[in-house]
Design a protein. Structure first.
Lengths: 190, 178
């Protein structure tokens, strides 16, 4: 079996459950429904040799419904094939965990919960992983400001808003020298 | 009546006596044997290690004894990005250091948050600890750290150590003199 054969059998096996096929630089992407996730994931690992889950990431399409998108990056070590599965998730939906299928998903799903606030159904230990327990915000959501928000957890941690003063490392196209293209402070209307 | 003798010209102890101020003696001892607490939190710690290694040799300034127990340290070198998650731990380690103690904020992140204007990073360790010397750079070169260390030594040599150590006695002595 070659890599091309493998991708063909993916298409054959799941057929109508795969939507919006896209190919870019030799990598194949499919959109799937969140209800099909576990079935597809299990078969991908057991029958289709996708033994390696590279990463799970999440995207906040703020203002679009459904709001979130979760991206699974699968890889077959034996056939060197990359497969990307994208799954749209509404704000109140709780997608299934895949941490029992690929144990590495355990921490990836914790990170997504920590940063985006998406809860995974059936996750064995869904705690925050980067921020501390009790931190009240989900910092990678679009409505969360770049400079952060103040919070206070006595004896654990506190946060304050960072002084942005017009934005860090914001450059404007012009022929002016750096000092004027990237000022330390810029009025908010610009 | 006892014969009046000058200590310096007493042939029995000549050469073994130094006249100085108490503060100067304290400060001389302190500044030439600063034991750093290497609070290495990011890439600045690499430069800190380079400063301690043979090429730059922080031992030339008496600060080579990096202690990983805060209870044996004099100066905390905050080398790197202080996240909010780490911030209170840094403060706690600082509080475990015995007096007298000093703090060097090494690099842009420790001084101001540096390029991390974000929700996760403390915007300068001086919001939690009293910083004595700030060192610019991202990361600073070992020479810059050594220059900062020398600045701290200058600062220590100007301190009123005795008065800080024995405030009551100082007051009493001042009263006697006036």
């Amino acid at each position: 079996m070659t890599g091309a054969d493998l991708l063909e059998s993916v298409a054959k096996l799941f057929g109508p459950k795969l939507h919006a096929k896209a190919e870019f630089r030799g990598e194949t992407t499919y959109a799937i429904a969140s209800t099909d996730l576990r079935e597809i994931a299990k078969l991908c690992r057991d029958d289709l040799s996708f033994d390696y889950l590279i990463d799970i990431t999440s995207i906040d399409n703020f203002g679009v419904d459904p709001r979130f998108e979760i991206v699974y990056e699968l890889y077959s070590m034996t056939l060197a094939v990359h497969l990307r599965l994208k799954m749209k998730i509404g704000e109140d939906e709780t997608p299934d965990t895949v941490s029992d299928i690929w144990p590495t998903a355990n921490w990836h799903e914790r990170e997504i919960y920590d940063m985006m606030g998406i809860k995974f159904k059936g996750h064995p230990d869904l705690r925050r992983i980067l921020m501390w327990d009790g931190y009240p915000f989900f910092p990678l959501r679009k409505e969360f400001p770049l400079e952060g928000l103040p919070s206070e957890m006595p004896d654990v941690a506190f946060t304050k808003s960072a002084p942005l003063e017009g934005g860090p490392f914001v450059t404007q196209p012009s022929t002016a020298i750096t000092k004027f293209r990237e000022p330390r402070a810029r009025p908010p209307e610009l | 009546m006892a014969e009046e003798r000058s200590t310096a010209y007493d042939s029995k102890i000549e050469g073994n006596v130094i006249f100085t101020r108490l503060d100067a003696a304290f400060n001389w001892v302190r500044k030439n044997s600063l034991w750093p607490m290497p609070m290495g939190l990011a890439c600045c710690a690499i430069e800190l290690m380079a400063t301690a290694a043979s090429r730059f040799d922080i031992a030339r300034f008496g600060a080579e004894v990096m202690r990983f127990s805060p209870r044996q340290c004099d100066v905390m070198i905050v080398a790197g990005t202080v996240t909010y998650k780490m911030a209170l731990a840094v403060k706690r380690i600082y509080e475990q250091m015995p007096d007298p103690k000093w703090v060097i904020a090494m690099g842009a992140c420790a001084s101001t948050g540096g390029m991390y204007r974000s929700y996760a990073v403390l915007q300068g360790i001086d919001q939690l600890l009293p910083v004595d010397v700030y060192i610019s750079g991202c990361p600073p070169r070992p020479e810059a750290l050594l220059a900062g260390l020398m600045k701290l030594q200058e600062k220590i040599s100007r301190e009123k150590s005795f008065a800080a150590q024995k405030p009551e006695l100082t007051k009493k002595l001042a009263g006697v003199n006036t």
